[in-house]
Design a protein around this ligand. Structure first.
Ligand SMILES: *[C@@H]1O[C@H](CO)[C@@H](O)[C@H](O)[C@H]1NC(C)=O
Ligand SMILES: [Zn+2]
Ligand SMILES: [Zn+2]
Ligand SMILES: [Zn+2]
Ligand SMILES: [Zn+2]
Length: 523
């Protein structure tokens, strides 16, 4: 009897512990700590082999010559040696993330003014002398001469980007549970007209080397806490901003990167289920960028991005709209009586089976090889194009129609002889081609819209056909539009979703509408 009671007690205790653990785990999933840098410890130094213009050390005031010169990407302080860096850490304050002050004041940094700086007081050119002289505010980016600065009022209105910035007196911090890190606890609403703060998400370790300098530029013009590097933090953490902001504030999320990064952020937004989704704007880096093109943000920036121009002229003028996202469900065929696990992912650009995916797959493999030069967009493009025209690849996807059954809205479709089947959500495919409207049948093709709940399906006869499409000399074989799609694959074939390729094993692929993402569209 005692034994039984003991066992029951143990059972209850065990269940209790398991429940506590499950509750804790699920809670942790719901909320992500939003980290903030402790600016009291020093600056956020970026080491640069070379400055794009003559810069003077903020400590010893000499012209920075050596390759160990560094600048703080948040506040713009420069230093020329480890000693001066250490001294600047101690004596010069960095751009604060938070303050208890009621009014926001200018934060003047001496020297190294932006080009074409003009004095706020006397309106003459400022910062033109070849020495550490004159001042600029690292928040509003206004400038003043050494002699004029005393005539400027203390209060800083954050300048022309004030609607994008989270002022430091709106942010409240707390210590993390282990008391190691600073976390953002609360965001108060500032008195700024049409305030719609911007959160920037990028990955400095992504394929394109531009991301690092773009994120640095954003730290320079915004509150540095508004910039989240996916190399250090998950996208869910960046989205914690949206939870902290009042629900009637429109939060804008800029994704600085390729379509893959944008998709990653969309997935995170969908997963965490916010009361109100942020509006996603794209700042395209690297190659491809088909989504960015259809949203009007262009094909991709080179190394130096004018982020002020981007925020003011591109983002602020873009309009909110919806983008369909599709659920792609993979059910593998039984293999030796064992069914492999079902896989699911989301698609917002396109998917394809066959030679088109093979081009992407080979491109992908090349990109991972050590001989591949990462950073050069032109070379990326050349490789893409070369693989697109190689005859050798054609054979792998020959007579794909024999291995493929296609159902559009549950209707079986008779397939012509083909080497690739492409399903579009957006108008751009293969780095800027708009296949749906190409050729003589283009004007009569049903209208394409990325928020109409419809997919466009077409096939390609060969990789030569792709090459012809890329230069606008051909026309796709249009199979029509549908709101759901089923593919039954009887042999292995290369496949890609949103440009991510792999070798797909036999099975069934089901594509259905999942949800819509909130995005910003530039006309
Ligand atoms: C300056 O401060 C930064 C940030 O806390 C730190 O990472 C860096 O090591 C410091 N550098 C020196 C030379 O003290
Ligand atoms: Zn120095
Ligand atoms: Zn700094
Ligand atoms: Zn200012
Ligand atoms: Zn002046």
């Amino acid at each position: 009897m005692d034994d039984l009671t003991g066992q029951i007690t143990l059972g209850i205790i065990f269940t209790f512990i398991v429940t506590v653990i499950i509750v804790k785990l699920s809670k942790r999933k719901l909320h992500h700590d939003l980290h903030a840098r402790d600016v009291m410890k020093g600056h956020r130094w970026c080491y640069t082999g070379m400055f794009s213009r003559p810069c003077f050390c903020n400590m010893c005031e000499t012209l920075i010559m050596a390759s160990d010169g560094a600048f703080c990407d948040s506040c713009g302080v420069c230093a020329d040696s480890p000693e001066c860096i250490a001294a600047a850490n101690k004596t010069l304050p960095c751009k604060v993330i938070t303050t208890r002050a009621i009014t926001h004041k200018h934060h003047w940094v001496r020297g190294n003014l932006p080009l074409n700086a003009q004095c706020e007081v006397c309106e003459n050119d400022c910062g033109t002398e070849p020495k550490l002289s004159d001042w600029w505010c690292c928040w509003c980016h206004r400038s003043a001469h050494d002699d004029c600065i005393i005539n400027i009022a203390e209060v800083c209105d954050l300048g022309k980007l004030s609607d994008c910035i989270v002022p430091p007196n709106s942010i409240r911090l707390k210590l993390s549970r282990m008391r190691k890190d600073l976390l953002i606890k609360e965001v108060l609403r500032p008195k700024i007209n049409n305030w719609s703060p911007v959160i920037v998400i990028g990955n400095r370790k992504s394929g394109s080397n531009e991301a690092d300098s773009v994120l640095s530029s954003f730290r320079n013009v915004l509150n540095p806490a508004q910039v989240i590097d996916l190399a250090d933090r998950p996208p869910e953490e960046a989205l914690e901003w949206c939870r902290l902001l009042a629900s009637d504030v429109t939060c804008r999320v800029i994704v600085a990167g390729g379509d893959g990064t944008v998709g990653w952020v969309f997935n995170a937004i969908h997963k965490i289920k916010l009361e109100r989704d942020p509006l996603v704007g794209v700042l395209p880096l690297g190659t491809g960028n088909d989504l960015s093109r259809v949203l009007g943000f262009g094909e991709g920036h080179s190394r130096y991005v004018d982020v002020v121009h981007y925020l003011k002229e591109e983002l602020n003028k873009a309009k909110p709209t919806k983008l369909d996202r599709w659920r792609v469900h993979f059910v593998p065929n039984r293999n030796l009586g064992i069914r492999m696990p079902v896989r699911e992912l989301f698609m917002n650009n396109y998917l394809s089976v066959g030679v088109d995916a093979l081009v992407t797959l080979n491109f992908h493999r090349t990109r991972q090889s050590p001989f591949y030069i990462f950073s050069n967009r032109l070379i990326n493009k050349m490789i893409y194009f070369t693989f697109g025209t190689k005859d050798v690849l054609e054979h792998e996807c020959k007579d794909l129609d024999q291995r493929l059954d296609l159902y559009m809205d549950n209707q079986r479709i008779d397939l012509p002889n083909l080497e690739a089947l492409v399903v579009l959500n957006i108008a751009c495919w293969g780095a800027g081609v708009r296949p749906w409207t190409l050729g003589t049948g283009g004007p009569d093709a049903p209208k394409q819209d990325f928020s109409d709940g419809l997919l466009e399906v077409f096939c390609l006869m060969s990789s030569f056909h792709i090459a012809q499409l890329q230069i606008g000399l051909s026309e796709p074989i249009r199979l029509g539009q549908c709101s759901s799609l089923k593919l039954s694959l009887k042999g292995a074939a290369p496949m890609q979703v949103d440009g991510e390729p792999w070798e797909q094993h036999p099975g069934t692929i089901i594509v259905t509408h999942s949800h819509q993402a909130s995005v910003l569209l530039r006309e």
